[in-house]
Design a binder for this molecule. Structure first.
Ligand code: HEM
Length: 583
């Protein structure tokens, strides 16, 4: 009797244990079989490869890394340093070229049970990935952006090309004129906000609000300077029927995209976590803002048939018109979901990178007063005492971009690259594709993901010799520096304007060329906006916006590091008088 009770109690537990063990064993066998298969595939390419326990892009790693990475990092570095960096997406920027250097290859495959990923920082391979039209975009990685409808980025092939074609007319010279003027006007409002004593704690938020407001005014005819002024003091106006302002909804959503993408929305609504309920509120309120925006423009267009003639068409005109039938077009080119999908994508892609770039510039200038001083000298020379309202894209932009201002923007884009890796892929249902590495062709199997690592390319000494950090290295051995993450010889220390300004007069012309003394980087070595058919459509919009903002901010004001807090922390703050004289 006693034994029967014991058996009965343990049967469920034994069953669970058996299922667990069988599951683990099956998963392990499946992983080993797939790994062997992928290693064989990697061998056929004749490229160097490194074996990883899982794929950087796989869902299991994405979910488990927050627990596993601290454990792996606590192990002796010699056990992990040759492979772990290739699994740490968020550290690609920090690591720069170092993991490639350690491995001794600029192009190699990472092989795991999840598949093959090509990592490269070789300029020639970058060029092939961007310009060979056979390489596609791994849309499944980008489908997180399709939360309101299919987007230009979350699709590939003819569909993505259609969205691009519709939006293309917006990126014209007349738009750039508006961007320049609006950015200067917005930056004046930002100055007032930055003068507040706690502004340095909100630099990123303030910059994002400025950038979003500029984009909205120029691309969607939405928001005003007064909205910006209120937004920058966190007194946004919230219309009746809403609980969040438009920018609160968008920025709140961008923080929680993952959860919105993965978890059913009804679950988020009843979740005990406030952050979940907030995420879904941001999602639905932003959806409602975009819908209202679209409907209002539809009404305007239908009432004024001449509205949106080619010179004054904004992006919203183009998208809304593509979503309605007309005399020439009996079936609309875009469905409602496709229109809203593009509005969302452009709202996101059109302001985030600019905002981050402006913040990086402000911080880097605070770290380098001598560079700030030089830039202000150029601003004095080019703009004198004229007010921003008197400046224009036609008269000032090109000159500014060939001066220290352009050098600051480019050097910041190089060292603080906004997107640390650009993904491409060999289409899973297509043929093997060839890439040439150091003159040798290699065939990549279908389904291979290719990551062009811009952070590593921009810190590759072959393309970007470290003229300043080289001096420091004379005093410390390279391996000392490499093993001490805090002392790495790049980023802030490596910020060097003369690369861009003195290009014609340095030995760098062997690898790079110069136009009117301003560096034109060798193709494939500087790709902040990506290239070719999937390159950034805002590649001119972004610099125009940032250039006008920087000129406005720094013509009359300076930033300096606030170092008197006694806790060793340093922040940037804005001063109404130039800290350093601008002779
Ligand atoms: C400094 C500012 C900017 C930087 C550094 C930047 C950078 C980039 C990069 C690197 C990509 C390619 C991403 C990839 O291949 O995965 C991209 C794509 C894109 N960017 Fe920008 N961008 C900037 C500003 C803008 C602006 C102002 C707009 C629009 C007004 C914009 C709209 C887009 C769009 C729609 C895409 C997706 C293109 C596609 O998937 O085919 N960007 N951007």
């Amino acid at each position: 009797m006693g034994f029967e009770v014991f058996d009965a109690m343990n049967q469920p537990m034994a069953l669970c244990l058996w299922i667990l063990c069988t599951g683990i064993l099956s998963l392990a066998s499946w992983s080993i079989i797939r790994l062997i298969r992928h290693v064989r595939l990697a061998q056929t390419t004749c490229l160097p490869f490194v074996i990883l326990p899982c794929s950087l892009l796989g869902a299991p790693w994405q979910m488990a890394q927050f627990i596993v990475v601290p454990v792996l990092k606590s192990l002796p570095a010699r056990l992990t340093r040759n492979w772990l960096p290739f699994l740490l997406f968020n550290e690609f920027w920090h690591n720069g070229y170092e993991p490639f250097e350690r491995l001794g290859a600029d192009t190699f495959l990472a092989v795991s049970p999840g598949g093959l990923i090509l990592y490269t920082c070789d300029a020639d391979v970058n060029v092939q990935l961007f310009h060979d039209g056979n390489f596609g975009k791994p849309v499944e990685l980008m489908s997180i952006l399709n939360i309101y409808g299919p987007t230009i980025t979350g699709t590939d092939g003819p569909e993505s090309r259609l969205y691009r074609k519709i939006a293309g007319a917006f990126f014209s010279e007349s738009t750039l004129r508006r961007v320049f003027a609006q950015s200067a006007s917005g930056a004046k409002i930002l100055i007032a906000a930055l003068m507040r004593s706690d502004a340095h704690l909100q630099l990123r938020t303030l910059s994002a609000r400025l950038s979003l407001n500029t984009l909205c005014q120029v691309a969607f005819g939405y928001q005003t300077d007064s909205d910006l002024a209120r937004g920058l003091v966190f007194q946004d106006s919230i219309p009746d029927g809403k609980t969040l302002s438009y920018s609160q909804a968008l920025h709140g959503l961008l923080k929680s995209m993952g959860v919105i993408f993965v978890v059913p929305h009804w679950m988020l609504r009843i979740s005990p976590f406030r952050s979940h309920r907030h995420a879904v509120a941001c999602y639905s309120e932003l959806g409602s803002y975009m819908d209202q925006l679209k409907r209002a423009r539809q009404i305007t267009i239908s009432k004024t048939p001449m509205h949106g003639t080619s010179s004054d068409e904004d992006l919203l005109d183009l998208l809304v018109q593509a979503g309605v039938s007309s005399k020439d077009q009996s079936t609309p080119l875009l469905t409602n979901r496709q229109v809203i999908g593009q509005i969302f994508l452009f709202m996101f892609a059109g302001h985030e990178a600019n905002a981050n770039l402006l913040v990086s510039i402000i911080l880097i200038l605070a770290c380098h007063p001598e560079i700030q001083n030089a830039m202000q000298r150029d601003l004095d020379h080019l703009l004198g005492d004229t007010v921003p309202e008197a400046w224009s894209y036609d008269n000032n932009y090109s000159e500014l971009m060939h001066s220290t201002v352009g050098a600051v923007i480019n050097e910041t884009l190089r060292l603080f690259t906004v997107i640390p890796v650009l993904p491409k892929c060999v289409p899973p249902d297509g043929p093997w594709l060839s890439i040439t590495v150091k003159g040798q062709p290699h065939l990549l199997p279908p389904g291979t993901i290719a990551l062009s690592n811009t952070s590593a390319t921009y810190r590759h000494l072959k393309y970007w010799p470290d003229r300043i950090a080289g001096m420091a290295k004379l005093q410390r051995s390279r391996s000392d520096i490499r093993n001490d993450a805090r002392q790495r010889p790049y980023t802030v220390a490596d910020f060097d304007l003369l690369r861009w300004l003195d290009a014609g007069s340095t030995g760098e012309t062997t690898t790079q060329t110069a136009s009117a003394g301003f560096l034109e980087p060798r193709v494939g070595t500087f790709i902040p906006f990506s290239e070719s058919s999937r390159g950034c459509p805002g590649r001119r919009f972004g610099p125009v916006q940032v250039c006008a903002s920087v000129a406005t901010l720094f013509q009359t004001h300076s930033v300096e590091l606030e170092t008197d807090r006694g806790n060793g922390d340093e922040d940037a703050c804005l001063c109404d008088e130039p800290v350093l004289p601008c002779p």
